[in-house]
Ligand binder design. Structure first.
Ligand SMILES: Nc1ncnc2c1ncn2[C@@H]1O[C@H](COP(=O)(O)OP(=O)(O)OP(=O)(O)O)[C@@H](O)[C@H]1O
Ligand SMILES: [Mg+2]
Length: 317
């Protein structure tokens, strides 16, 4: 199967007064049609910047980003505008991303409005009701305002809005992190259900591995602007290869208390280093329990070690 998305050597640097901040420093990955690709890593490692760069919400510093075979980093603004319909965003904070002065109906209909999809008010209304129904809301919710809704309901509105233009690809940037644990599963289940119904492909961003495990077909682990490991979910959880992934997994509590007791939690020493003018070496070297001299001398290549299992580590052969 051809990937829907092929991101190649994506870089996004920001000029800051201290130097060059390398938010995303040359990452590559594919996402296949109908798949959920989970992207995890600590705060500040470049997950959101990756999502924004590959959809060209911000301009890339370098790289190639193929969407259905077309490099969207090279197309003109007007072509990009047409393409944008195919990719949408769902954000972490549904409250901040919904205009408080607009009714739910107006919010959900806005993308249709912008793209001039429905000229006729009745037709537009029908479409909005259908979208609300898709996310488990009903017609009468349409006339209300965001503040009248719970966090979970607001996120449903955010999902309905993202679906309005029938996109192919959705970047879900920590869509459940701000929600109560009891609501998180509901929103996840809606996303999974919609994926089947509407043949959607997701980039699903989250802080920790436990959250992406359930929803992701494959997972990428980022650290300091770099992709450290990519594998199928089961493979990543059962056979993690990168010392950073192993450390992250050791922090996930296991439901079985006996196993939990025997499990050794790896506490990483030190802090995440600065992404400003980073030295040319393994970004994890300073905190890695297994680091050797060569790890401080050059940056390891991101390579496929077994079929579909990629890792950037000098110590993994
Ligand atoms: N517009 C900007 N100008 C300068 N630096 C930026 C800008 N946007 C992001 N950064 C920096 O880029 C790095 C990556 O940020 P990003 O928001 O992508 O991380 P993240 O992995 O999404 O973190 P979080 O989990 O907290 O959302 C951080 O060091 C951040 O401070
Ligand atoms: Mg983020």
């Amino acid at each position: 199967m051809e990937p829907l998305i092929s991101a190649r050597n994506i870089k996004k640097y920001f000029k800051v007064k201290e130097g060059i901040l390398k938010a995303v420093d040359g990452i590559s990955f594919d996402i296949y049609p109908g798949e959920t690709f989970g992207l995890v890593g600590e705060s500040g490692c470049g997950k959101s910047t990756t999502g924004r760069t590959i959809t060209r919400l911000i301009e890339p510093t370098e790289g190639e980003m193929y969407f259905e075979g077309e490099n969207i980093f090279e197309i003109s603004e007007s072509e990009l505008r047409k393409r944008r319909r195919d990719f949408q965003f769902i954000f972490q904070d549904p409250y901040a991303s919904l205009d408080p002065r607009m009714t739910i109906e107006e919010i959900v209909a806005e993308p249709l409005e912008i793209y001039g999809v429905y000229k006729d008010a009745d037709q537009r209304r029908e479409e909005v009701i259908e979208l609300l129904n898709l996310v488990g809301l009903s017609e009468e919710h349409g006339s209300r305002f965001p503040h009248e809704f719970s966090g979970g309901q607001r996120q449903r509105v955010g999902v309905a809005r993202a679906l309005a233009l029938r996109p192919k690809f959705i970047v879900c940037d920590e869509p459940i992190s701000a929600l109560d644990v009891s609501i998180q599963a509901q929103v996840i289940n809606i996303l999974i259900d919609l994926q089947d119904k509407m043949n959607l492909t997701y980039l699903f961003i989250a802080h920790d591995l436990s959250m992406v495990k359930y929803i992701s077909d494959r997972v990428g682990v980022m650290y300091l602007g770099n992709m450290m490991e990519v594998a199928k979910s089961e493979e990543l959880y059962s056979n993690p290869l990168h010392p950073y992934t192993i450390a992250l997994l050791s922090a996930i509590p296991i439901a079985d208390p006996k196993v939990q007791k025997e499990k050794k939690r790896i506490i990483l020493k030190g802090e995440v280093p600065s992404p400003i003018d980073p030295p040319d070496r393994c970004p994890f070297a300073d905190r890695c329990p297994r680091a050797e001299d060569m790890c401080r001398q050059s940056k390891p290549e991101f390579k496929e070690v077994t079929q579909g299992h990629f890792v950037a580590c000098h110590l993994v052969k």
